[in-house]
Design a protein around this ligand. Structure first.
Ligand SMILES: [Zn+2]
Length: 198
């Protein structure tokens, strides 16, 4: 039986995660409006947004693989020069971070990642860190997947169904994303933190 206090904390955490993921989705919608790949990101410290970011460099056939939403948000965080412990920051991203972003997030010492839609082609958060060098294998980070997954999926389906958007056209991610419509029943599952201190 789950103790009442633990349950209250769990429910509170879920609501918080959905609230801040909602704001990351707003960033993703802004990107989509600019014909960019719809990835949005917010960094949260003590229930306050300290930096936001969205994907840049994919509109008009561009293929800039540096300005991912998470990288843009991290750069803005560093530009703040704020005295904030990165371990107390939660990063919300509407797409599962790729290897570059996951590496930058770990190197930055961010304490928690919450993401919405799985990147079936390039997502890196499920990698086996225990086999990596100690900077990564000893990194402790909490990862919470699938928060508001359907809302994020919807934006990626919109992106891939527009012929003018050529970024990752014909990729396995496009095929996977558009195939999700046929299954339609992909529940917004909140599974809690699945990865704790190693
Ligand atoms: Zn990335």
């Amino acid at each position: 039986m789950v103790p009442a206090l633990a349950m209250i904390r769990f429910v509170g955490c879920k609501m918080n995660h959905e609230y801040f993921m909602g704001l990351a989705l707003d960033e993703a919608r802004n990107a989509l409006a600019l014909e960019e790949f719809p990835v949005g990101c917010v960094l949260v410290h003590q229930n306050r947004i300290i930096a936001t970011g969205s994907r840049r460099g994919t509109a008009d056939g561009g293929k800039n693989e540096i300005d991912h939403g998470e990288m843009v948000a991290l750069r803005r965080f560093y530009d703040l020069n704020a005295e904030i412990d990165p371990g107390e920051i939660t990063l919300y991203s509407t797409l599962e971070p790729c290897l570059m972003c996951f590496g930058a997030i770990m190197l930055s010492g961010i304490g928690e990642i919450v993401w919405a839609y799985e990147d079936a082609m390039g997502g890196a958060t499920g990698c086996d860190r225990s086999a990596m060098a100690q900077l990564y294998s000893r990194n402790s980070i909490c990862i919470t997947p699938y928060v508001l997954r359907e809302k994020s999926l919807y934006l990626f389906q919109l992106f891939f169904s527009r012929p003018e958007n050529t970024y990752w056209k014909g990729s396995s991610l496009e095929k996977y994303t558009l195939a999700q419509a046929e299954t339609s029943e992909s529940p917004e599952t909140f599974v809690g933190c699945r990865d704790t201190k190693r």
